[in-house]
Unconditional design. Structure first.
Ligand code: NDP
Length: 279
């Protein structure tokens, strides 16, 4: 029976550690403040922003909320970011993505000062990760590393296969596994013999965005399987990119969906807010 990696419990453990850490910071007169910008009325984005605010409250991070109408112009959004960049009371700035049509996400990400970019999406932070310098790391892949480490799973020297090469998951995931001394292969839609490549993996991280695509034929016996995917099925339940029931009997450890990678993303956002990168 595979070990189920409990992202809910691990994320709570991290949030409790951060809460303690922030109590110490506050005892010395410090504080942390996150500015959250939401443009438009997307219901899923509203839920995500609500969850982030709740997590801030739990840890003791002050959160400032900017809810702008969908017809906000690029100039207005950039002006707000500029104001928050210059505000010494604000430690982190988060713009909830996706933005409504007509707004330029690329430009918005670049407008956030890298030292306040707690999502870790700015090219300066992405570059810092690649060259091994301090910087904010994208929260979901950073959460995967914590899941592995806190479950006692060694990464160094392991064959790590990442399925997916998006800027927010696949690419930073590969960079982080490499930083942890894994031997890393990155797969994508043009990869040939995907199942065969995946079967090389001691640690398989799947961020492909296709419900239950990865079945037992992709798994080496005893592998660790991390499922980043999250999809709502017709019956209202959630599933991942991995066919959990088919894969679980073949691996040594696996993350469920929900309750695996999902809760870690917010925990790592909170970590980025508490542990500022100032240089
Ligand atoms: P994207 O759609 O941006 O990227 C998907 C990647 O998978 C692409 O690199 C694509 O390749 C590759 N791919 C697509 N189809 C195939 C295929 N048949 N074979 C091999 N590779 C393929 O997704 P994201 O990275 O943003 O997200 C991935 C999943 O993770 C989604 O389910 C998303 O909902 C979830 N997610 C979960 C988070 C969480 O907090 N738990 C946070 C972020 C995402 P190519 O580049 O060639 O097109």
């Amino acid at each position: 029976m595979a070990e189920r990696i409990d992202g809910k419990a691990i994320s709570l453990q991290i949030k409790d550690e951060l809460k303690k850490q922030l109590e110490e910071i506050r005892a010395q007169g410090g504080k942390r403040c996150l500015a959250v910008i939401l443009v438009g009325e997307d219901p899923a984005s509203k839920v995500y922003v609500g969850n982030k605010k709740k997590a801030c409250e739990y840890i003791g991070i002050e959160s400032r909320s900017y809810e702008l109408p969908a017809e906000t112009s690029q100039e207005e959004l950039l002006a707000l970011i500029d104001k928050l960049n210059k505000d010494s009371e604000v430690d982190g700035i988060l713009v909830q993505l996706p933005l409504p049509a007509g707004l330029d996400e690329r430009q918005v990400i670049r407008a956030i000062a890298p030292e306040k970019d707690v999502d870790g999406f700015h090219p300066v932070n992405v570059g810092s990760l690649l060259i091994g310098e301090p910087g904010y790391v994208s929260c979901t892949p950073a959460g995967v590393i914590q899941l592995l480490k806190r479950s006692g799973i060694e990464i160094a020297g392991k064959e790590c296969v990442v399925v997916g090469r998006s800027n927010i998951v696949g690419k930073p995931m590969a960079a982080l596994l490499l930083r942890e001394n894994g031997t890393v292969t990155v797969c994508h839609s043009r990869t040939k013999n995907l199942a065969e490549v995946c079967r090389r993996a001691d640690i398989l991280v799947v961020a492909v965005g296709k419900p239950r695509m990865i079945d037992a034929s992709y798994i080496k016996e005893g592998a660790v399987v991390i499922d980043v995917g999250i999809h709502r099925m017709e019956n209202g339940k959630l599933c991942g990119d991995v066919d959990f029931d088919a894969v679980e009997p073949h691996c040594s450890a696996i993350t469920p969906v929900p309750g695996g990678v999902g809760p870690m993303t917010i925990a790592m956002l909170m970590n980025n807010c508490v542990n500022r990168v100032t240089e």
